[in-house]
Design a protein around this ligand. Sequence first.
Ligand SMILES: NC(=O)c1ccc[n+]([C@@H]2O[C@H](COP(=O)([O-])OP(=O)(O)OC[C@H]3O[C@@H](n4cnc5c(N)ncnc54)[C@H](OP(=O)(O)O)[C@@H]3O)[C@@H](O)[C@H]2O)c1
Length: 323
Amino acid sequence: MSESTSVVLPNGRCAPIVGFGTWQASEEELEAAIDNAIEAGYRHIDAAPVYLNEHVIGRVLKKWFDSGKIKREDLFIVTKLPPTGNRPESVEKYLKKSLKDLQLEYLDLYLIHTPFGFVEEGDDLHPKYENGDMKMDMDTDHLAVWAEMEKQVVNGLTKAIGLSNFNSKQIDRVLKAAKVPVSMLQIELHLYFQQKEMVDFCKSRDVPITAFSPLGTRGLVQLLGKNDTLPDCMANPKVLEIAKKHSKTPAQISLKHLIQKGVIVIPKSTNPQRIKDNIQLFGWMLDAEDVAELDNLDQGAKGRICDFSFLPGTNKHPEFPFK
Ligand SMILES: NC(=O)c1ccc[n+]([C@@H]2O[C@H](COP(=O)([O-])OP(=O)(O)OC[C@H]3O[C@@H](n4cnc5c(N)ncnc54)[C@H](OP(=O)(O)O)[C@@H]3O)[C@@H](O)[C@H]2O)c1
């Protein structure tokens, strides 16, 4: 059991164990939310070009740097190579575009967002056919892309590189070829989808893990119209009982269950009180029996929410990870 506030990456640098998610927040909401998050003590921000808001994050960060209250080296900033950039010749271009929008000189971590790739059509990050299917690039070559990601570390544009949404077979292929370590796997993890095999797999290979959607992403559930079929893990009676026992919120219990296992969490909120609550995770521990009961809430494969069904046709890509 761990009460660490950070996770040491293979490059020896530390990533704060609680980060701030930025998906599905409007411009105004996000601007205020990041201000609130930095005030509340978050020093790790998770971004992505496909969230269409890196420029907002950049604006807020610049304001904080200009104020002198925060220095660049105090922060851990993560962003991702979008599916439209998932080919070797596009990596540097997309990384530099993110740096420009974030108004930064370097990233702390750059991830390949998905194992599948889309074709490039101007600035459109979600190119689609008329029937709504994504226009995919079927020739995605992970090893060639990884080699180009490694060059970005050597060139100083990012301190570390990693993967997101890859399956264990895909990760192992990259690991075997990697000259620069795979410093992170970012995957969906929450009480109803605990992916124990994947967590053990990463542990055995010294790949740190970030849990995305650590609260069970009600925003995505709504987007998918699955409110009735995908229950809210934070409303589970066992979670409510453990929350009451520790005088904590259900969200704090869900997040603590992950960080106590050494997994980084990146909850998203635009609500000022929740932003504060979601980082109040230190100075208390779940008991072994709480952990065992929370472990038992896992629903296996049916607990997966982010199955990319909101990007139709991706399951036909040869590198679709969840077959
Ligand atoms: N790599 C990937 O493919 C990938 C995929 C998905 C997400 N992500 C990253 O992971 C981050 C987090 O995931 P997510 O945004 O999908 O979902 P999440 O963090 O699991 O859940 C966010 C939802 O929970 C609500 N919430 C936040 N704190 C709460 C609390 N204390 N009590 C009750 N409800 C609360 C939020 O509403 P309010 O805002 O109203 O509080 C929002 O609706 C994203 O923002 C993104 O940065 C990465």
